[in-house]
Design a protein around this ligand. Structure first.
Ligand code: PLP
Length: 360
């Protein structure tokens, strides 16, 4: 039976990548060593590290005046590193609140300075992106932070906020590499790895040069982007195996046509799933405003919630795994990141249609 894993994160990785990692596990490229056993200063690992960064730069078309960093601590540590490094003596930063991940970033930022919440979608249960012309922005904000895809609520920005000279900061943990992004519009982009990049435990940071070197006094060394930039993400021992795996994913993306090709498949996958939900006569429903529906995380509920357990049990038996919704939302959530093939979404839709048919 083919298994399709719809976990929100850590999430499915491309099968080819896992097979390559398996083939190279004991002996990387004739070195006689596993990547896990290599000195991070040795020529073998250094080449893996440099290649991963070069491939990411190519995939995302990262301009020369930006650094690409690998930092430990996942997405969460970025909630602290962003204000520590980017407040630069200013009183406050602007934050858009579009759901659970926005709230976490906001709560953490409040430890370091003022937070001005420019817009909030709680009035409609976090199911839409507030229109830009309703945002109450502070022209003196140190930066503006938003979450480009809310992994739990399933709302996604399909546009980039135009905030002039205020550095734009985005948490792209759950939609990075899923669609082309104009990096030059941002001061800083970050993403925890375990959704669309690689194994858990590291974050990718893309930061514009002029924002480096202005961290708050007493910023711990390891939380200063400048330290990581100057050390080429090797100030200390980096999470070498995670970076190696991320590098394999970047090569897989390049081999498969890059991000534009990924986006085309992602659009197809999302359309297929939302169409099945919308055509179910209310048997299934998705609460998110149509224009703001995520291509990566699709939350949906069953009209008769008493059937939830049976739905999950049967899905499991068919090899459709980890569809249970987040505890704060309930129902189901299908995460359909880059590594989820169209066939996986088709299998889910076939199952959903059958399940509904039998119970109408
Ligand atoms: C998963 C996720 C995070 C947190 O990542 P950790 O690595 O668990 O700290 C942050 N932001 C978003 C949008 C996420 O989806």
């Amino acid at each position: 039976m083919t298994i399709y894993n719809f976990s929100a994160g850590p999430a499915v990785l491309p099968k080819e990548v896992l097979q390559q990692a398996q083939a190279e596990l004991l002996d990387w490229h004739g070195s006689g060593m596993s990547v896990m056993e290599m000195s991070h200063r040795g020529k073998e690992y250094m080449s893996i590290h440099a290649q991963a960064i070069a491939d990411l730069r190519e995939l995302m078309n990262v301009p020369a005046n930006y650094k690409v960093l690998f930092v430990q601590g996942g997405g969460h540590l970025q909630f602290s590193m962003v204000p520590l490094n980017l407040l630069r003596g200013k009183a406050s930063a602007d934050y858009v609140n579009t759901g659970e991940w926005s709230k976490k970033a906001i709560d953490e930022a409040k430890r370091f300075g003022g937070v001005n919440v420019v817009a909030n979608n709680a009035d409609r249960n976090c199911t839409y992106i507030p229109a830009f012309d309703t945002w109450r922005r502070d022209p003196n904000a140190a930066y503006l932070h938003y979450v480009s895809n809310e992994t739990i609520g399933g709302v996604e920005f399909n546009w980039i906020p135009e905030v002039g000279d205020v550095p734009l900061v985005a948490d792209m943990s759950s939609n990075i590499l899923s669609r082309p992004v104009d990096v030059s519009k941002y001061g800083l982009i970050y993403a925890g790895a375990q959704k669309n990049i690689g194994p858990a435990g590291l974050a990718l940071v893309i930061v514009r040069d002029d924002l480096l070197g202005r961290a708050a006094a007493n910023t711990p060394t390891m939380l200063d982007y400048k330290i990581h930039a100057d050390g080429d993400s090797m100030y200390n021992t980096p999470p070498t195996y995670g970076i190696y795996m991320s590098g394999l994913v970047f090569q897989w993306l390049k081999k498969n046509g890059g991000i534009a090709a990924m986006e085309r498949v992602n659009i197809k996958k999302a359309e297929l799933l939302y169409a099945a939900i919308d055509a179910s006569d209310g048997f299934y429903s998705c609460p998110v405003a149509k224009s703001d529906r995520s291509r990566m995380n699709v939350p949906f509920t069953l009209k008769d919630t008493k059937l939830d357990g049976e739905f999950l049990k049967q899905a499991d038996a068919r090899g459709l795994l980890q569809l249970k919704g987040h505890r704060s939302v309930g129902g189901m959530r299908a995460s359909i990141y880059n590594a989820m093939p169209l066939a996986g979404v088709q299998a889910l839709v076939d199952f959903m249609n059958e399940f509904a048919q039998e119970r109408r």
